[in-house]
Design a protein around this ligand. Structure first.
Ligand code: DC
Length: 227
């Protein structure tokens, strides 16, 4: 009988880790599109956990209860649409209150553990592009190519501001910048799986690059890896 785990580990993975609003999600989905691969938006799982915590009235300080929410998440990814218990929450989980709560619950090792196998299950042929904070360090340490995508916090706050405005949310750039700095610091300084580049990751600074240029930079590294 073939060992499903060994079979999965032969599937190539490109990981794209980086701080909030560095453009990871957009870059990951375009790279995946160009390669014909699947994507994993791991941040969505932490955001869904945060939304579950709110919906179920769970105390966010109660680690065991939050981990239970993470373990029991009833979620479906249908293309760009994300369903939680059958309800379309695609836009809801992008709101800043959920992002901030996601960053808080992501600190708990029990929550990270509860989401680990669910993330690894996304690894299916012909390949996977996974974006997050610990894709290259913890979830897919054997990934074929690891990218660490960074951008100046001001550039990221501007991008997020535009994104949220386009979605019709009312936002304030100064608040956004402050929240983003706090979230960066929490994600980078937590004890469990902090945001850090894997030793074998390639860092790309997208502050002065267009989306297409950044996608191309990742694909160039991928071609170089294959050669
Ligand atoms: O990438 P994002 O902004 O959607 O992620 C939301 C939060 O989830 C982020 O502040 C930290 C957490 N997260 C994490 O800890 N590990 C990941 N692999 C992805 C996200």
């Amino acid at each position: 009988m073939t060992d499903p785990q060994a079979q999965a580990s032969s599937v190539p993975v490109i990981t794209i880790d980086g701080p909030t609003a560095s453009g990871k999600g957009t870059i990951a989905s375009r790279v995946a599109q160009r390669l014909g691969w699947a994507t994993l938006d791991s941040g969505a799982l932490y955001r869904l956990t945060a939304l579950g915590v709110l919906q179920e009235g769970v105390n966010a300080e109660d680690v065991a209860a939050v981990a239970r929410v993470a373990r029991e998440l009833d979620v479906a990814f249908r293309g760009d649409v994300i369903l939680l218990k059958g309800e379309d929450v695609t836009n809801r989980i992008r709101q800043e209150d959920i992002g901030n709560l996601a960053s808080r619950v992501a600190v708990y090792p029990e929550v990270r553990e509860a989401l680990l196998q669910r993330q690894r299950d996304f690894r299916r042929p012909p390949g996977l592009v996974a974006d997050g904070r610990d894709m290259g360090t913890v979830v897919f340490p054997d990934a074929t190519l690891k990218i660490f995508l960074v951008a100046a916090v001001e550039a990221r706050a501007e991008r997020r501001y535009k994104q949220l405005k386009e979605k019709g949310f009312s936002v304030n750039l100064t608040d956004l910048l402050e929240d983003m700095r706090a979230r960066d610091s929490r994600d980078a300084n937590r004890a469990s799986a902090p945001l850090v580049a894997a030793p074998d990751a390639i860092t790309i600074d997208s502050s002065g690059l267009s989306i297409e240029q950044t996608v191309q930079a990742v694909l160039d590294h991928w071609s170089a890896r294959l050669a």
